[in-house]
Design a binder for this molecule. Structure first.
Ligand code: B12
Ligand code: SF4
Ligand code: SF4
Length: 356
């Protein structure tokens, strides 16, 4: 779509436009819709570069290959003028962390207990982007998670919230449970005021991390993060992380869940993101029995499907090794000669722990 007159004249006309777009976003189910300049220079690109140079991205090679484009919205799309940042609340309604105490059940992080949020958000972003393009007569592009764009700094600039000491974006009205999506447009829309940091002297998230993944406040070493290890990392884990994972088998919520700002969080109103019965507290014994077909069936339309049966069963075996549950000895023993060497190694480790 060709860019026409990209400027929307007058403060009152800008406010009316933004109110209309917010209304459309709300109808589509978004909980937040705010606007930021996409051209302002920012320090975050340099910080991303330092993160990658220090190797903190681990095996996520796509962060290296897309580094230059990732550093700033205009590096990826020079025409970009405004970022429309959308937030979707996936709040669980109550504190999920007590579930970690049931060591015979696997802990699936809150964001992954319903349908894949990419599928939930993407269609709506595209619908909103289409409506915007028609209204603005300007080009638009849609991004959610996997695109080379730094969504959290853009969200902070738009005033959606701030990047806390755990590096996630949290908000005074929604706490820590917001998915982000971004629409870039070549149209100039007046930016909303940015949010400032409200962590103060709190260190709850830093103290709660089971693997000490924060080298400093506001910085994460992904290689130590259980979210990275359970989801992104394919190989066998070092011993210390195997025990630290406890019963976490997909993602981790500890640094988000302990944040005091969650007292303002509400339960998601999006039915597709609500926890599926089967993923709220799945028994490790059942998960150890999954073959490829059963794994695909159980995780149809779930984000968990992406990591495949072998990586998932590896995670379940580490959790079984931490469970102290004798009834898991037989199903674990059956996996010690699994064709996947990482699964077989995890099974031998778990068997050693359960038999000790
Ligand atoms: C790579 C990635 C990961 C990696 C790395 C996480 C990370 N913190 O970067 C891993 C696999 C570990 C991960 C985990 C999770 N992720 Co993730 N992930 C991403 C992704 C694709 C890119 C993020 C990125 O660019 N990281 C690179 C680093 C450099 O960024 P950063 O940590 O934010 O770095 C900043 C700070 O360190 C700070 N900084 C650095 N030095 C200094 C110094 C000072 C003095 C200061 C003040 C600041 C500062 O500036 C940097 C730049 O902003 C985004 C989607 C996207 N396209 O943006 C989703 C995204 C961040 N993930 C998301 C989610 C939900 C998660 C998990 C909660 C999932 C889970 N429950 O398991 C965890 C949270 C773990 C955590 N504590 O961060 C959401 C977060 C939503 C939100 N409200 O923030 C996103 C935005 C996806 C989405 N579209 O909703 N993720
Ligand atoms: S997600 Fe878990 S492992 Fe990763 S930084 Fe937060 S608390 Fe630590
Ligand atoms: S737990 Fe405390 S330090 Fe961490 S993000 Fe929340 S307010 Fe900030």
């Amino acid at each position: 779509m060709a860019a026409a007159d990209r400027s929307i004249k007058g403060a009152a006309a800008q406010d009316r436009l933004k109110a209309r777009l917010r209304g459309k976003a709300e109808v589509l189910g978004f909980d937040v819709c705010r606007f930021a300049s996409a051209v302002e220079p920012w320090p975050e690109g340099g910080r991303l570069e330092a993160f990658v140079e220090a190797g903190r991205h681990g095996d996520m090679a796509w962060m290296e290959t897309t580094l230059e484009r990732r550093k700033h919205p205009t590096a990826m799309w020079p025409e970009a003028r405004t970022a429309v940042v959308l937030g979707l609340n996936y709040g669980p309604g109550d504190d999920p962390l007590p579930q970690l105490q049931d060591r015979s059940a696997g802990y699936v992080s809150v964001y992954a207990r319903g349908d894949d949020y990419h599928d939930v958000i993407k269609g709506r972003l595209k619908t909103l982007a289409g409506q915007m393009a028609a209204e603005l007569k300007a080009e638009v592009k849609v991004f959610v998670d996997t695109a080379p764009l730094m969504e959290k700094p853009l969200a902070q600039r738009a005033g959606v919230g701030w990047q806390g000491k755990h590096t996630n974006l949290l908000s005074r009205s929604h706490g820590n449970w917001l998915f982000l999506g971004v629409i870039l447009t070549a149209a100039e829309i007046s930016p909303d005021p940015p949010e400032t940091e409200h962590c103060g002297s709190c260190t709850a998230c830093l103290d709660a991390c089971p693997t000490n993944a924060f080298p400093a406040p506001f910085q994460l070493d992904a290689r130590r993060c259980l979210s990275y290890l359970t989801i992104e990392f394919a190989g066998a884990w070092p011993e210390a992380f195997r025990t630290a994972t406890g019963s976490r088998i997909y993602g981790c919520d500890d640094c988000l869940a302990v944040c005091p700002w969650n007292k303002f969080a509400a339960e998601t109103r999006e039915g597709r993101l609500a926890a599926r019965e089967a993923l709220a507290s799945p028994r490790l014994a059942d998960l150890l029995a999954l073959d490829d077909a059963a794994f695909r069936a159980l995780f149809a339309r779930s984000p968990v499907k992406r990591i495949g049966r072998d990586r998932f069963v590896r995670n379940v075996l580490y959790a079984a090794g931490n469970s102290n549950d004798d009834s898991l000895i037989a199903p674990v023993a059956r996996l010690t000669d699994d064709p996947d060497p990482v699964v077989a190694d995890a099974a031998r480790w778990a068997l050693g722990r359960l038999s000790a």
